[in-house]
Design a protein around this ligand. Structure first.
Ligand code: SOE
Length: 376
């Protein structure tokens, strides 16, 4: 086994999902490389220590530049708020480290371009954590589309619905609620939620040509968690857009944090000439599939329980019929990244792929602001 020494920066919810991925990948996939949890970095020493103890990191740092300078680190995992992605990723690449960056890639396209140039110039492996591609049912959707089973695609539809910011007392900023602060997040639901839908859509259905969008900010002012001051809210609380794909199909996307009753409902549907498919994160091991070629008297939506050994990733897990969950998407992403180091074939989505998603996000926000169609 070749060790791959990981240095993680940040220790929030995503830090836990990635750390679990690093620990589990070799237990279920036969791989040449084995991640070693070398160090975690956070400004607060006590919190970094507690995270290191719980997740199994060997050491801590409180200054990310020191972590990047360490000779015993091969790969930097950027799990910070979005406003630090660029600076850390570029510094890591310049130091010759591989970079795994949380989504969205950057605050905007200009930053994303600099990040792509840095990793490409340094020639370091890079990847962005758009994990939903690696839900087995979503990977199966990709396989069915690539096999041509849907025929010409007419419609692509996706939603990502949450309800956790309806209460106007939820603050913005700070460690727990930086996603509500445009200074730290860049945007609201567009970069946080729609970016997932866009990444999956580009992967399943190809490039997007142009977009027309609307956004809304329902709660206009919130207390900032760090200053205690009431400040205007400048993120988008909800965003909808429609678009043309390069393949001629029409896209319809919606995300919000104000859909009472929905906690993390990511759904997608693709309608083709010959067949349709749909998927729902709350029932993530199922792929719904309708094939018009079926005998008409039994034709209907099938609910495929994606747990069989010949379905994506499932041969590495339990026995047919026993399902897996959200955390496994990160384990799959680690396994695919480690495999890419063996084969020399880049893992996806890499920074360049994520820049395409960023372009769509920026165009969506510009379209909403200017109330006009935007080309990508
Ligand atoms: C926001 O609540 C969030 O945690 C996103 O930041 C994640 O990317 C998404 O997968 C779940 O929701």
């Amino acid at each position: 086994m070749k060790p791959l020494n990981i240095g993680m920066i940040g220790y929030g919810f995503m830090g836990r999902t990635h750390s679990n991925g690093y620990r589990q990948a070799n237990r279920f996939f036969d791989l040449e490389y084995q991640p070693v949890l070398k160090a975690v970095c956070a400004r607060n020493e006590e919190k970094a220590k507690a995270f290191a103890d719980q997740q199994g990191y060997e050491s801590i740092e409180t200054d990310w530049r020191k972590l990047i300078a360490r000779d015993d680190i091969d790969a930097i995992d950027v799990c910070t708020p979005n406003n630090l992605h660029k600076e850390i990723s570029i510094a890591a690449a310049e130091a010759g480290k591989m970079v795994l960056c949380e989504k969205p890639l950057a605050m905007n396209v200009a930053e994303g371009e600099e990040m792509c140039e840095a990793v490409e110039k340094a020639g370091v492996a890079n990847m962005v954590w758009y994990n939903y591609r690696r839900v087995p049912a979503v990977s199966l959707a990709k396989q069915l589309i690539d096999e041509g089973r849907l025929g010409q695609v007419f419609h692509y539809r996706a939603n990502f619905l949450q309800d956790w910011t309806i209460n106007a007392d939820v603050p913005q900023g700070g460690a727990a609620t930086w996603r509500l602060d445009a200074e730290a997040a860049g945007s609201g639901v567009t970069g946080d939620l729609l970016a997932h839908c866009i990444d999956t859509a580009l992967w399943l259905n190809g490039g997007i040509k142009d977009v027309s969008a609307m956004t809304e900010t329902f709660v206009k002012e919130r207390v900032h968690a760090e200053t205690g001051e009431k400040q205007p809210v400048t993120i988008d609380d909800a965003c909808m857009f429609h678009c043309h794909f390069d393949n001629g199909s029409l896209g319809l996307f919606e995300s919000t944090r104000y859909a009472r009753g929905h906690k993390a409902l990511y759904t997608l549907e693709v309608n083709g000439e010959k067949a349709s498919l749909r998927w729902d994160l709350h029932d993530l091991h199922r792929l719904e599939y309708f094939d018009h070629a079926d005998d008409s008297i039994v034709r209907g939506w099938r609910s495929v329980h994606v747990t069989d050994g010949d379905q994506p990733y499932m041969g590495n897990w339990w026995v047919p019929g026993l399902q897996i969950g959200y955390e496994h998407t990160f384990i799959h992403q680690v396994a695919d990244f480690l495999r890419s180091l063996e084969t020399g074939e880049p893992a996806h989505p890499n920074f360049r792929d994520a820049l395409e998603t960023q372009k769509v996000c920026d165009a969506v926000l510009a379209s909403a602001k200017e109330r006009s169609w935007k080309d990508i």
